[in-house]
Write a protein that binds this ligand. Structure first.
Ligand code: HEC
Length: 129
């Protein structure tokens, strides 16, 4: 009997543990670096991993190519600029990452942490740093 209680208690503890872990994910994800975001260090690698596969010179039908060197964000195609410094809500780049415009990448959004880095970078003035 005592054994059973221990097992049940263990299970309950385990389940609450799991649930609280899930709750912890939010703050962890939002935990962007405390210093300023750097385009070269933090943002470019996100594009290199998640965007360049489609947004490159071999896909001429896309407006935004070489996604996304700093320069391209301001000059590539008719849709440029894709970033309005200090104004993420009006920045096409950010709106595509959140699904406000067609979601990018199309097969599933970037991790929230990376979207938040882009948000922070734009909010900080979208500098070429
Ligand atoms: C699997 C291929 C694919 C990937 C990966 C992808 N895109 Fe796209 N993207 C597209 C297609 C196709 C369109 C045009 C159709 C549409 O708007 O739905 C597009 C459109 C866009 C546009 C609108 C301007 C344009 O070029 O037509 C932006 C901005 C954009 N994507 C940004 C991104 C960013 C940033 C990433 C990485 C986080 C990304 N995309 C990843 C395929 C992709």
């Amino acid at each position: 009997m005592e054994q059973k209680i221990k097992i049940i208690a263990g299970l309950l503890f385990g389940i609450t543990g799991l649930l609280s872990c899930e709750n912890d994910v939010g703050p962890l994800i939002l935990d962007a670096p405390s210093g300023p975001v750097s385009f070269n260090r933090d943002i470019q690698p996100i594009f290199d991993a998640g965007c360049i596969g489609c947004h490159d010179d071999s896909h001429q039908q896309l407006d935004l190519r070489n996604c996304c060197s700093y320069q391209e964000l301001w000059s590539s195609g008719a849709g440029a600029p894709y970033v309005l410094p200090d104004n993420p809500a009006q920045s096409k780049l950010y709106r595509h990452l959140t699904g406000d415009l067609p979601l990018m990448p199309p097969f599933g959004s970037l991790p929230e942490y990376e979207v938040n880095l882009v948000l922070k970078w734009i909010t900080e003035g979208a500098e070429d740093n």
